[in-house]
Design a protein around this ligand. Sequence first.
Ligand SMILES: Nc1ncnc2c1ncn2[C@@H]1O[C@H](COP(=O)(O)OP(=O)(O)OP(=O)(O)O)[C@@H](O)[C@H]1O
Ligand SMILES: [Mg+2]
Length: 562
Amino acid sequence: MSDPAARAGVITEISGWVVRARAEVPLALREVVLVGDERLIGEVIALNRGEVTIQVYEETEGVAPGHPLYATGEPLSLELGPGLLGGVFDGVQRPLRMLAEQEGDFIGRGSRLPALDREKLWDFKPAIEAGSDVEPGRVLGTVMETPALPHPIIVPEGVSGNVKWIAAAGPRRITDVIARLDDGRELTMLQKWRARVRRPVRERLVPDAPLITGQRVLDTFFPLARGGTAAMPGGFGTGKTVTQHQLCRWAEADVIIFVGCGERGNEITQLIDELPRLIDPRTKRLLAERSILIANTSNMPVSAREASLFTGVTIGEYYRDLGYDVLLLADSISRWAEALREISGRLGEMPAEEGYPPYLSSALAAFFERAGRVVTLSGGHGSLTVITAISPPAGDLTEPVTRHAARFVRTFWTLDRQLAAARVFPAVSTRASYSEVPPGVTNWWSSQVSPGWAAAREEAMTFLEEASRIEETARLVGADSLPERERFLLRLADTFQEGFLQQNAYDAVDACCTPARQMALLETFMRVRREGLEQIAKGTAASALPIDFAALQRMKTAKELP
Ligand SMILES: Nc1ncnc2c1ncn2[C@@H]1O[C@H](COP(=O)(O)OP(=O)(O)OP(=O)(O)O)[C@@H](O)[C@H]1O
Ligand SMILES: [Mg+2]
């Protein structure tokens, strides 16, 4: 953010992080202003003649009426460029790790450090020659952001012309000029983008493949498309956070963005501590090298929490535009919606359902619509997949946040309290979850894994439905009075739960399951089902079937499977 240009007004009223001021110069809506002598970062959220309402992204203690207000003349925007990977930022992209190093654990108010390191040298390799015509998205050159991830430097939106000069190969800072156009404009590796505005693409594409998560119940039964959206509602302690951490680690994405949004501070601290040590199963390097953490914990200002989702999604779009498959995880959008509610309340807006502002739904839409698979301006393919946890109060799925989110997502993973209580993890309810499986996802499984995928999945769904009906009957009449066929299916369903649906996040082999293994397990279970049913039809008793249920259950960690 640039330094304050000029004094712009005087503070008249402070109510928490909502501050009112009398403007002395014209200010724009959504302009960034600096509040008080400490120059706290704020954003203009309402203008009424000379009165300005400002949302401050920091604690406002000590700010008083009569204190000055400064204008920056710029909207809230994010820094995009090499150096984001491995970063830990707050909701308005302040670099938390660097701030902590500079100021100790406490993040000082008014701390003004740029998001991206200005001193670090990147080994720039030009990709074009002087004299080339360029347009937005054109790759000027590349730096290796990490040893595994090349970072193309692209021409920003709104810039085109003829390149008069391009930097030679060599070490450059992100603010060094790397190209000069014939009209004199200078380009660097650093770009700015407004968090609330979608980044342009050449074309939006339909999903063509699943985002493999390595979690059997998700990939096989409720698959998520690459570039798709998923919501994961679950009551207290049902495994939302652990599941998201699992996905961080195992999902097949090039770049992971984790937005810790209003959740417990200690969980985020733990993540910040652990992340740099985790080994990436794909690259065998550090997971931190391809992940970005945005942390706005419950003890940090609510206003920055509201911004954090958009900060995350904008950084996600940026890596998508560089041609990568990006996964954004948010834990949880309920806490984000609470921030929206609190802000709206402070502004004295008319509340709608359960105190949330009437624009809750459109705000959620503005977030989810930024997921997708695209042809980038550079002509490559990229995707941004979004997975959000939801913490519905009392696990009630009819509450507004869950209900509205459900309208915008194609994949819905409901975590079940009873399963979690029985320590069945991941506690994904096969009854209350669903996924619209696009043809591209089915084609991927059929061509890459097994032509029988759709049929096996269909058969397994039918099996699960029937088993759950039998279970209910058994509860009423007792398992002993069930016919042989039902007894067998119930027994097999129990084995299937332990041997397929259940997956231990803390087991070295079981934590991640390849699509091929998922398919092999599924086919085996379905074959056992068909053969068992045939035998029973011929008169064999369920207890006399030659099936080794214990072996079936152990198969998921068997060495001989793919
Ligand atoms: N996949 C898993 N494998 C093994 N254990 C799990 C798994 N998922 C959750 N658990 C267990 O459940 C506990 C609670 O999980 P977690 O903290 O993720 O719940 P949560 O839904 O995020 O809770 P909250 O509503 O408090 O945020 C974990 O500490 C862990 O013991
Ligand atoms: Mg949690």
